[in-house]
Design a protein around this ligand. Structure first.
Ligand code: 1AE
Length: 424
């Protein structure tokens, strides 16, 4: 049956490993088991009533180890369509339907999701998106640069102010809190925002550059909206959010809330418990791509293929494509045309230093945020020079000049390359 038949269904694709299972039977078991429960035992009249609730097997693509691939494992990609009528229009309901109990049932991984027009229409995605973030900053012609507060726990407000100011002087476009900075007596969010925004203004007078500061939104779930309002009243112009610790629905509520009119940056903390296994969990491009964008993340952080915490390049590119695609075909079951959701900024992160910028731009192009903590603060000439070295690396790439050659005229970049090297 053609996928276009399923316009009022959301579809899930799974990769299921098994040495001898009948995958067609297994697929049928999933389609029935996760929807009407049992089918063959139902009387005919009841079957007619339940028809609209029944899951459908869309495709079963079996990979048998054979020939040159004889050492490989036996698996199948199974695609099931779930009727919209079975679940409410929110991400928790969708995830529990398509991968609730099933996530614990053998070697099975959720590798793709596709939404019906109707389900998708309940979401508006990122409020600002990539374009909105660029508009706020007034930067349209180059990759953005973000730095991350480091050494935040146990530091008081003057120490944070100075750390912020030094980062801002380096010419970064965004500064984010460390994700492990929670409410604490030394640097409570309202005061922290006031102090950092003052430092941002002071730096703007030197650099002439606008800056977004993403303050970490933390605390009990039911207090998040109030906490966000507090931060915004104090001047916060962006928020950082540990999405997976709270759930996608918390992001969805925040991003659509009328009083939370600032970009939201999604941190991937906990993602490693969910995507890296071949056999279990949720694929990175679904977890950190599709669901983040659907729930409204304006910027999404994830490990890069180059730094200290790594994700394979293919998975990185799948996330990038998912966040940046304009095509409805990737998101909507059987649809073509343009996707209504704004795009989200990809932010490959962790262990990034200026010498990696050519690789980031090679793989991501200009629509990327170059993001670093240690690579800014650990610069031999200080954090301001750290930011400058990154900006110089970006400028070198856009001018199509090698970093080493550019560094001959730029001492900050030279010091960074001397410290960390340059992969060219
Ligand atoms: C994948 C998240 C990266 C992150 O949050 C972080 O703090 C990175 O810091 P550095 O750049 O590795 O020091």
């Amino acid at each position: 049956m053609s996928v276009t038949t399923y316009s009022s269904y959301c579809t899930a694709t799974y990769r299921l490993y098994d040495e001898k299972a009948d995958f067609h039977k297994k697929a049928q078991g999933i389609a029935v088991g996760l929807t009407v429960g049992s089918w063959t035992d139902l009387p005919e009249a009841r079957k007619a009533e339940m028809e609209k609730h029944l899951g459908r097997v869309v495709a079963v693509d079996v990979h048998e180890p054979a020939g040159a691939d004889a050492q490989g494992e036996r698996y199948a990609d199974i695609r099931i369509a779930y009727p919209d009528v079975n679940f409410s229009q929110d991400i928790p309901a969708l995830l529990v339907t398509v991968f609730g109990k099933l996530s614990m049932d053998g070697r099975i991984k959720l590798i793709d999701l596709s939404f019906s027009e109707s389900f998708l229409s309940a979401f508006s995605g990122p409020r600002f998106g990539l374009q909105g973030v660029r508009d706020l900053l007034g930067v349209h012609d180059r990759p953005l640069l973000m730095s991350i507060f480091k050494s935040v726990i146990g530091h008081d407000m003057p120490a944070l102010r100075e750390q912020f100011y030094q980062q801002a002087l380096g010419g970064v476009d965004l500064i984010k809190d460390d994700e492990i900075l929670f409410e604490n007596p030394l640097t409570p969010i309202e005061r922290r925002v006031e102090v950092c925004m003052e430092a941002a203004e002071k730096a703007r007078q030197v650099t002439g550059q606008q800056l977004l500061y993403a303050a970490n939104l933390t605390g009990p779930t039911f207090g998040l909206i109030d906490q966000a309002k507090k931060a915004i009243s104090a001047g916060a112009n962006a928020l950082l959010f540990n999405v997976l610790a709270y759930g996608f629905d918390a992001l969805s509520e925040l991003s659509r809330h009328p009083d939370v009119r600032v970009p939201i940056m999604a941190h991937p903390a906990l993602a490693g418990a969910l995507y890296p296994s071949t056999y279990h969990g949720i694929a990175a491009n679904v977890l950190l791509g599709k669901l983040m964008r659907l729930a409204g993340a304006d910027l999404v952080l994830f490990p890069s293929p180059y730094g200290s915490v790594v994700m394979p390049l293919a998975e990185n590119m799948a996330i990038k494509d998912t966040l940046l695609t304009e095509s409805a075909a990737d998101y909507v079951t059987g649809a073509e045309g343009k996707l209504r959701l704004p795009t989200s900024f990809p932010v490959p992160s962790a262990g990034i230093h200026p010498g990696l910028v050519p690789w980031i731009i090679r793989d991501f192009g200009r629509e990327v945020v170059v993001n670093a903590g240690g690579g800014v603060h650990g610069h031999p000439m200080g954090a301001a020079a750290g930011g400058q070295a990154f900006r110089q690396a970006i400028d070198a790439c856009l001018a199509d000049e090698s970093l080493r050659s550019y560094a001959e005229r730029h001492p900050e970049l030279k010091a960074a390359i001397d410290a960390w090297g340059a992969k060219e």
